[in-house]
Design a protein around this ligand. Sequence first.
Ligand SMILES: [Zn+2]
Length: 394
Amino acid sequence: MSELQFWWLLLLPLFFGLGWVAARIDMRQVVRASSRLPRIYLTGLNHLLHDELDQAIEAFLSAARENPATLELQLALAVLFRRRGEFDRAIRIHQELLAREDLPEDRRGEILAELALDYHKAGFFDRAEELYAALQQTARKHWALAQLLEIYQVEKDWRKCIEVVERLVRDDSPAWRVRLIHYHCELAALALTAERWEEAARHIEQARALDRHAVRPILLEGERHFLQGRFEAAFEEWLTLERIAIEHLPLAADRLMAVAERCAWQAKLLHRMHQWLHRHPQLDLVDHYVEFESRHGDVARALRLLQWMLRQQPSLIVLDEYLLLVARQVEPAWVADVEHVREVVHGYVQRLARYRCAQCGFKARRHLWRCPACGQWETFGPARVIEIDAIAGH
Ligand SMILES: [Zn+2]
């Protein structure tokens, strides 16, 4: 009986032996993979730190081949592809991850957000929009709304921008208020171009209601009066900048000069300009002033002011205007020489004088309300800068 009962015990070593062999193969793979994973991760990270994107991708790819189930690796790879502009590969990884049946539910939102970013960066705004909308039901709601805002800003869909901010913003922080003001200003500017006066007035008023001292609505309100022929009202509106934000007055200089000429207020405006520059020599108004003074006023007075300004704060922009006036005053034998020097200086000013974004350093020939490089609002100072000034320590 015992022989019959326990015969299978003889098979046990074989049974366990085979199992052990099978297990041993698996284990060896697992051990190898898990011991290689941190190293290859580190290799990849090291490449990333040195900004060697291609090598980093190669390292993570080989790690991912051996550990296809590792979610983190796939996600890291997709981000790298996106950074390198290979959006199709990033999109494919994220789509495959979303299709996985073993995907934990709490990771689904995260991967959807990544896929939305792929579409966004690749310029497939419609698909990105759809996903951002789907993310409204998740904990990523605010992030998705902010991304949506980026899309609408690029598309210049200011109405949708306003809608998103009004939905998004619970607090009344200045950063959001500034954005809202500019969205209304963008709509006002469009309405002014199309001569839809009431619509323009409505948006300007909405912008002003957010901040009575905001500069752009003042400029636009002046513009609205100007375009409708109410020159005195326009003039008065722009002059309110004198006490609210005098540094921004130069942005209205062209228009102020146009109104002054229409209404024969040249002397009045010249008197003001002279005062402004005397009180604030850093105002980027000197070229407007010199032009207007040469046309309607007293060149000698302009020369005296410029001499004083150069003593206060040497500046290539002022020197350029100064030489322009000096060339008209010197004896005939010197005119060609002075004009030549002026040409040299003028060439530098033309090439170097730029408005600069305080946030990212992007330079532009004309003043911009939103930086095209970093996307921030109101980061451009109202005065042009010249790098040489900075080198000279001014
Ligand atoms: Zn910028």
